[in-house]
Write a protein that binds this ligand. Structure first.
Ligand code: ATP
Ligand code: MG
Ligand code: MG
Length: 533
């Protein structure tokens, strides 16, 4: 929490709220439990917590559970866990459904004030009338008629389910959000994950949100500015019911290139088996990006650095992964892994046979301790390195010393099968062009076979348009697997550990599989590969 205090953002903004007083601010993060949290939600959650802490106020986590057709207990649990992962802790947790009685009474009050009416216009027509500024044929019904119809809706009867309740604001306001929005719907066939079958009618977000904000004492409601057209409607509800006013602070929605952030669309990828689940490393969910090796510190820094920007930002993933790299590079231990395919044995004349030495896990961070490196007079190097060596060339074998290449066995296609070299271990490594990684080769016990996974974006188009069918843009193959040999020190790593394989990049140990304990590492992007998330 200290971290959030008086923080100037990297962009130089001081984030502040209008009319905010120390100790008085109440913010809320209102996730709908209809999917897992994604990086966009993280932005909203982090900003809400930031302001609550900045002003010594209060943060409410409110599950916005007004649509039982989409919501599930499973999602609610995952949201609680993911918020904890993000370091977000509400002072209060609530549910919109805690207020269903109150909201229902207020809907009746709206009818009695002549500010709401029941409507059975079919959806299609209602949409057309709203577009064209035509009043509903039910708009001037009497209070008694509306009371009877709303009562009928509340029973969930065949008749009742034809109706909805609408706020009577305007049918022709230039702002279409003001054209008599629906405030209550009949939804009698589903069971709500908290209120069961008690209710046959449910308030809409447009109705419930301002009311519950006001009742719960929220002083500043943070909303993405795509809702700006709906702000007057939000204020209208509070006015109509003479409820305490709430300030809206709106901010730019966060989007990423090549990325879908709609829970409905992400659900499609899960349901169709395109990804392994909501925690797939290709997913922009909190779980997905964590699994890919992004730290919480990175997410917080990235979000706060954007400051009070109103732009709807279409971020490159490289921006956030670059921050991540800066954060992890000094603190992750280093190991060696070589692509298994095409490995080349190098016999080093004049080197000592197999022996071991303790070396630092990170040359610039002694706190990371040491590892045991095996040295040998027979070592492996990668095929690509082997090909690049010329006879007579002096090259540096990292953490060891120089060797001089004597000769290569190479076929017509250029594949190198073996190399003979002579040790020149005291040679000056500043004078060599090539610093290569290598592994001792005489005992297979010194090596462990591992899998290295890397991923591409899930979709092939940078920015999908409204009328694009996202399913047409699914990347045919977005998972890449390679087998590598690593130094045996990796065996002691725990799942979730982030490391660097020298010259290969950063990896996170994702899973240890089967009886043999085969290790699967996922590549942590470092912000330098424009083509891959
Ligand atoms: P979806 O469209 O994926 O269903 P939603 O916006 O309806 O998402 P909610 O659970 O209602 O999801 O969102 C909770 C909060 O997170 C809201 O305050 C919403 O404005 C905010 N939020 C959602 N997506 C983003 C985003 N991409 N950038 C910033 N804030 C977001
Ligand atoms: Mg929503
Ligand atoms: Mg949305």
């Amino acid at each position: 929490a200290e971290k959030f205090k008086n923080k100037k953002t990297a962009a130089g903004f001081d984030l502040f709220l209008k009319d905010a007083q120390q100790g008085q601010v109440v913010t809320r993060f209102p996730p709908e439990p209809s999917g897992y949290l994604h990086v966009g939600h993280a932005k909203a959650a982090i900003l809400n917590q930031y302001f609550a802490r900045q002003y010594n106020g209060k943060l409410i986590i409110r599950f916005d559970d007004t649509n039982p057709s989409k919501e599930k207990e499973e999602f609610e649990q995952s949201i609680i866990e993911d918020l904890a992962l993000l370091g977000i802790k509400g002072d209060v947790t609530s549910h919109t459904s805690d207020y269903f009685d109150k909201l229902y009474q207020l809907a009746i009050q709206m009818i009695q004030l002549g500010k709401a009416y029941a409507d059975d216009t079919v959806q299609e027509q209602m949409r057309a009338e709203r577009m064209d500024g035509i009043p509903s044929k039910r708009r001037e019904a009497s209070i008694e008629e509306n009371m009877t119809r709303f009562a009928e809706m509340s029973t969930g009867s065949a008749e009742g389910r034809k109706w909805c309740l609408r706020a009577k604001i305007s049918y022709e306001d230039p702002n279409k959000a003001m054209r008599d929005p629906v405030i209550y719907r009949c939804n009698p066939d589903v069971t709500h994950h908290r209120t069961g079958n008690t209710w046959k009618v449910y308030p809409t977000y447009d109705f419930a949100c301002p009311i519950v904000d006001s009742i719960e004492g929220v002083t500043h409601a943070l909303r993405t500015n795509e809702y700006r057209d709906r702000n007057p409607q939000y204020y209208w509800m509070l006015d109509a019911l003479q409820l305490r006013k709430v300030d809206i602070w709106d901010f730019g929605r966060l989007n990423f290139v090549y990325t879908l952030l709609s829970k409905r669309k992400l659900q499609w990828f899960v349901d169709n088996g395109v990804v392994g689940g909501w925690d797939d490393p290709r997913f922009p969910t909190v779980r997905g990006i964590r699994r890919r090796g992004m730290t919480i510190e990175t997410i917080q820094e990235f979000i706060l650095a954007q400051g009070p920007s109103q732009q709807i930002i279409n971020m490159e993933w490289d921006n956030i992964w670059t921050i991540n790299k800066r954060i992890i590079d000094p603190v992750v231990p280093r190991y060696t892994a070589l692509d298994k395919e095409g490995l080349v044995k190098v016999t080093v004349k004049g080197a000592s046979p197999r022996h071991t030495k303790e070396v630092a896990r990170h040359k610039k961070n002694a706190e990371l301790g040491t590892k045991v490196t095996v040295f040998d007079d027979v070592v492996y190097v990668e095929q690509a390195d082997a090909r690049s060596f010329a006879a007579g060339e002096e090259v540096t074998f990292m953490d060891w010393g120089n060797v001089i290449i004597d000769s290569k066995e190479q076929d017509a296609a250029g594949n190198v099968s073996a190399i003979s070299a002579t040790a020149h271990l005291d040679g000056d490594f500043k004078k060599t062009k090539k610093k290569v990684t290598w592994l001792a080769a005489s005992s297979s016990n010194d090596l462990v076979e591992i899998d290295l996974l890397d991923f591409d974006y899930l979709i092939t188009k940078k920015k999908l348009e409204e009328d694009d069918n996202f399913a047409d843009f699914v990347t045919p193959n977005s998972e890449f697997r390679a087998v590598a040999l690593a130094d045996n020190n990796v065996v002691s790593l725990k799942q979730g550990a982030a490391i660097q394989f020298e010259r290969k990049g950063y990896y996170i140990l994702d899973a240890v599989k089967g009886k043999e304990g085969r290790m699967e590492f996922i590549k942590i992007p470092d912000g330098k590969q424009a083509s891959s998330a």
